[in-house]
Design a protein around this ligand. Structure first.
Ligand code: TRP
Length: 509
């Protein structure tokens, strides 16, 4: 089977690919905005608890299950518990597809900023379509809104999709070739940015903010929910991405060690990214805005533009870093979906790639629609940007956690968990015992379920739902996004589950 599906050339290749998947926009953008939102240092305690309680354990499960079954998630789940479990797997794959669509739209905007960082971004430009007072508009902000309300991002989306398809064209092999260059470069660029940030006058204060704990917010459930969802997203857990990557591993591997390494690499990157961004923002007394996306698009560039020298170079470095980090993550999302289809239907990779390109591109184009819906820029400006927010709310906010919960329940209760642990223990230096099993069976489901329930309560109490209903402005979009998400992920999951399997009915090979 390995000849058909391919495999990693080396363990280092696997670690780089998995950490490349984990390290993405989540590490640079969402972490910093969460940390800021929840009072800097206070975020660390829940974050570390989430890392050890849920992050590393779920990562071990995904690696173990992927290597054990040598299949991508829907197919691995099918071999464990039949069609019911397979349905959950496809629900994950389709949510992953939606996330990929807007993740790539965001990358397309980043490509636009990257192009801008070559010059235009640092000069002021008129913002015709938006009615924002001149004084409130910075150069980077006006460049950004000009760009997203133009049709250029449609071209960028095509380019980013092509890059994704090219990187996974030969599966593990071509992914490995790219991550070997990109992942070390990402670290290097991050280190350059952090050195620049902390040596700026005022920079250390940002770091102080990040480190000064404010324990008064620890009792707030929001901060725990934020930390646990962040952990799922940043470690690429829940959709079986790590399962797909681990299915390319050789028979022998220390999954406990690999899971710990990948998770710690990811979280330390996130940590130093936080240092860089906070020192930058504080050096120029710029407060991050509520929306995390605006943070990359204009708050950080605003800081960079204040650099006394070499503005263009650092700006260029920053957007190159975002592009690389984003690409190594988006390819993992695309690859896990592609592999799920290949595993089940035994169709050639090239055919699946063509299909994925067409469907994915169509979706991503929707998210870069330049139609201006919010000229006052109170929210997101364009229709596409609003759709990103709304679908992120459903596919990430709910989809990811629902998938994570189902995955944990299936592995914990329907799987022969003892056999899985024994399989992992065979090659692991640190052995997993009864405590780990209890963690998987009882603690993890309760924790994830609680987060979900809290989110639903929030939703009705005010959250986005309340907002949408109050202003009336996004009401129809909000409902459209909700039903679109439901139809695509559940309808699609049913379709893929009932279609006939062509892999010899799923016995493990
Ligand atoms: N982990 C990536 C990030 O931090 C994003 C990502 C890639 C992801 N694959 C995923 C998130 C799977 C959830 C599930 O940006």
């Amino acid at each position: 089977m390995s000849e058909v599906r391919g495999s990693w050339g080396s363990k280092l290749g696997f670690i780089l690919a998995a950490s490349g998947s984990a390290i993405g926009l989540g590490n640079i953008v969402f972490f910093s905005s969460n940390a800021y939102k929840y009072g800097g240092g206070a975020f660390y305690l829940p974050y570390l608890v989430a890392l050890f309680l849920i992050g590393i354990p779920v990562m071990i499960l995904e690696l173990g299950a992927g290597r054990f079954s040598r299949r991508s998630m829907p197919n691995a789940l099918y071999t464990i518990a039949g069609k019911r479990a397979e349905l959950a797997g496809w629900f994950g794959a389709l949510n992953a597809t939606i996330i990929t669509m807007y993740y790539i739209a965001i990358l397309a905007w980043i490509l636009g900023m990257w192009v801008g960082s070559l010059g235009a971004l640092w000069r002021s430009s008129a913002v015709a379509a938006f009615g924002v007072a001149d004084g409130e508009m910075t150069n980077s902000m006006s460049y950004f809104f000009n760009m997203i309300s133009s049709s250029n991002p449609m071209i960028y989306v095509v380019l980013i999709w092509m890059a994704n398809i090219l990187i996974i064209i030969r599966g593990a092999k071509s992914i490995e070739a790219v991550v070997k260059i990109f992942v070390p470069l990402m670290w290097l660029m991050m280190i350059v940015l952090i050195i620049r940030g902390v040596t700026l006058p005022g920079g250390p204060e940002g770091i102080l903010y990040l480190f000064t704990p404010d324990f008064s917010v620890i009792g707030d459930v929001g901060i725990w929910k934020g930390a646990f969802s962040q952990m799922f997203f940043t470690l690429s857990l829940g959709f079986g991405i790590m399962m797909a990557y681990a299915s390319y591993l050789p028979k022998k591997n220390d999954d406990v060690l690999s899971a710990t390494t990948i998770s710690l690499l990811n979280c330390s990157f996130e940590f130093i990214a936080g240092l860089a961004i906070f020192s930058l923002l504080f050096a120029f007394a710029i407060a991050p805005k509520a929306s995390s996306l605006s943070m990359i698009f204009f708050v950080v560039p605003e800081g960079i533009a204040e650099f006394p020298v070499l503005v263009g170079l650092f700006g260029f470095l920053f957007f190159t870093l975002l592009l690389m980090a984003g690409l190594t993550s988006s390819v993992s999302l695309v690859e896990s979906v592609v592999l799920s289809v290949i595993d089940k239907f035994r169709v050639s990779r090239s055919k699946v790639l063509v299909g994925m390109f067409c469907v994915g591109l169509a979706g991503s184009l929707l998210f870069v629609l330049p139609e201006v819906v919010d000229p006052g820029l109170k929210d997101d400006g364009t229709l596409g940007f609003s759709l990103v927010d709304l679908l992120d709310h459903w596919a990430f906010g709910y989809g990811l956690l629902i998938c994570g919960l189902l995955e944990i329940l299936i592995i914990g209760w329907l799987y022969d968990i003892d056999a899985l642990l024994e399989f992992v223990n065979k090659n692991a230096r640190i052995k997993l015992g009864a405590k780990f099993k209890a963690l998987v069976r009882y603690v993890l489901p309760v924790v994830v379920l609680s987060i979900l329930v809290l989110s639903i309560i929030d939703e009705y109490r005010g959250g986005l739902y309340g907002n949408a209903m109050e202003t009336g402005r996004f009401e129809s979009l909000y409902l459209l996004a909700f039903f679109g998400w439901l139809a695509f992920s559940i309808g699609g999951a049913i379709l893929f589950t009932v279609l006939k399997r062509r892999d010899g009915s799923g016995e493990a090979s």
